[in-house]
Design a protein. Structure first.
Length: 163
């Protein structure tokens, strides 16, 4: 809250907070089911209630599967050594960066972290996947994973920045 005004977000941020796709958020907006949302200069402004958009129940169909409260699970980023070795051996380009957000796990080639994070080395207490080194990110920090079809899309500048 800033000077008595509610914090408002756009459709992309609302989708991230609700853990649904932006198309679903736009559909809910069109149906008028997101409380307090309004269109300003062609952009949706969605108010947050306790840090998350509030959605009214629909008249038909199953219950919504969006997130009802803010996630408190940390995000862990690790690198899968087995996939690196397999890529080298088989001359493949499978993603090796593992991103675990709560119970959801995905793989990508690159991750952009837009907030505070920390690198942890814990040889005596590894994660469930066996990782002894990982990056830990707070739940409210946005991360952007990238997947490349082939490594020719990665520029030399990006490789140097990572090294």
């Amino acid at each position: 809250m800033v000077l008595g005004k509610a914090v408002r977000v756009g459709t992309t941020e609302a989708a991230r907070l609700l853990s649904i796709c932006t198309q679903r958020v736009r559909r809910l907006l069109k149906e008028g089911r997101i409380v307090g949302a309004e269109k300003v200069s062609g952009f949706w402004k969605i108010p947050l209630f306790n840090g998350i958009p509030k959605i009214t129940t629909g008249n038909r169909g199953p219950k919504g599967t969006w997130r009802k409260r803010i996630s408190t699970a940390l995000t862990h980023i690790t690198v899968n050594q087995h996939v690196i070795r397999s890529n080298k051996k088989n001359k493949e380009n499978e993603p090796v960066v593992r991103v675990q957000q709560g119970s959801r796990t995905g793989y990508c080639h690159e991750v952009e972290i837009t907030g505070k994070c920390r690198i942890i080395y814990s040889p005596n207490n590894p994660l469930g996947c066996g990782a002894r080194v990982w990056i830990e990110i707070e739940p409210d920090v946005v991360i952007k994973p990238f997947i490349y079809a082939d490594m020719s899309q990665v520029t030399e500048k990006q490789i140097i920045a990572v090294a």
